[in-house]
Ligand binder design. Structure first.
Ligand code: GTP
Ligand code: MG
Length: 157
């Protein structure tokens, strides 16, 4: 069955958009197969975006993705990869249509709230890479400690 790796980026978590974003995928009818709040290590962020490593914005992109906890999710369903990209909208939120996540919730390409896999093969690969990191119990504990530490609690009051 087709799966897409959907990741709510640090700005989406800190701005309190997790529920809204998950709700859109639920209402569309896709199946949530896995979810983890996770501090993305630098090397995993670099591996995840390796196709962009020669772009001038690559170091900033890695700083952004590792700046706080992300919500990693596996969503399943027929056509989920292409459909999720439509729900998410264009990379530049100013060009994303109203009604899409980026079109409704963001203004900057460098703070565009959410990631979605661009092919079924990449969906499998990206989900596998995260699963690999979060299976060991010690790592889960470590991640939990880091995540609690880095969440900006002021934004929750
Ligand atoms: P993802 O779902 O995150 O992979 O976005 P995308 O598939 O819509 O775009 P792409 O894979 O080409 O770029 C990955 C991410 O790099 C984008 O989502 C942006 O966060 C960032 N990015 C892309 N282009 C630029 C740019 O020109 N400037 C900056 N600052 N960031 C960019
Ligand atoms: Mg991409």
């Amino acid at each position: 069955v087709e799966q897409s790796y959907i990741m709510i980026k640090p700005d989406g978590v800190q701005r309190g958009l997790v529920g809204d974003i998950i709700s859109r995928f639920e209402k569309k009818g896709f199946l949530l197969k896995g979810l983890k709040l996770f501090q993305c290590p630098k090397d995993l962020a670099q591996e995840h975006y390796k196709d962009l490593k020669d772009k001038p914005f690559f170091p900033k992109l890695i700083d952004y993705i590792t700046s706080g906890p992300v919500v990693c999710m596996a969503w399943e369903g027929d056509g989920v990869v292409a459909s999720a990209r439509k729900l998410i909208g264009a990379t530049n939120p100013l060009q994303a249509e109203p009604g899409t996540i980026r079109g409704d919730l963001a203004v900057q390409t460098g703070r565009n709230v959410v990631h979605g896999s661009d092919s079924p093969d990449n969906g499998k690969r990206e989900i596998g890479a995260v699963l690999h990191r979060v299976t060991a119990l010690l790592q889960i504990f470590f991640v939990f400690v880091i995540c609690s530490d880095q969440l900006d609690l002021e934004t929750t009051y």
